[in-house]
Write a protein that binds this ligand. Structure first.
Ligand code: URA
Length: 191
């Protein structure tokens, strides 16, 4: 279905407005240490939303998600699903880099949570790929770990969630890397 240009302009404007709002955020202490807010990036009309954990050093410097080593690998993973970066939208659970890349704390996730919820509602994807435990817990509201859940699609109302390992967690683990690659190839069957 083709959407009228005016309607698309309104959607884009409101994502733009949300981005401007997030760029001013000081709801949690992560704001003090950031160089840039990493709001998210990609196709706002994507069928596939990819959710990571938190920005790292390169992302903090550039203000864009997955631009470091894990990002290069994510590009390769997308190609296994027949996708390019410009086909998908990529966001993180928290928008500012935790110091020394530590795990985000529960209260930081809580303070940031409405931003990801808003992004998800605006993009309205068919498929949400959750990378690793933090994104998976956020979307599936589960305490089960990614080792149990990866590769099994879950229907959540109108969205299909696909939990997978976080690319950074598979760099030195061949078994997890194989699992991640085979899970990414499944995206094709879900679109
Ligand atoms: N890891 C993430 O979870 N997100 C990024 O943006 C980069 C690395």
């Amino acid at each position: 279905m083709r959407l009228p240009v005016d309607f698309l302009a309104v959607c884009q404007l409101s994502m733009h407005k949300l981005k401007k709002q997030v760029e001013k955020c000081s709801r949690c202490p992560l704001a003090d240490g950031r160089t840039n807010v990493v709001f998210g990036d990609g196709n706002e009309n994507a069928d596939v939303l990819i959710i990571g954990e938190a920005p790292g050093k390169n992302e903090d410097e550039q203000g864009l998600p997955f631009v470091g080593r894990a990002g290069q690998y994510l590009n390769e993973l997308l190609s296994l699903a027949g996708l390019k970066r410009e086909d998908v939208y990529i966001a993180n659970v928290v928008k500012c880099r935790p110091p020394s890349n530590r795990d985000p704390k529960a209260e930081e996730i809580e303070q940031c949570s409405n931003y990801l919820r808003e992004q998800t509602a605006k993009i309205n994807p068919k498929i949400i790929v959750t990378l690793g435990n933090f994104a998976t817990k956020f979307i599936l509201k589960t305490e089960q770990g990614i080792t149990k859940l990866h590769g099994q699609p879950v229907q959540l109302g109108k969205f299909t969630a696909l939990p997978v390992y976080h690319p950074a967690a598979t760099m030195y683990d061949v078994k997890k890397k194989e699992a991640l690659e085979s899970d990414f190839a499944k995206i094709k069957t879900l679109i």
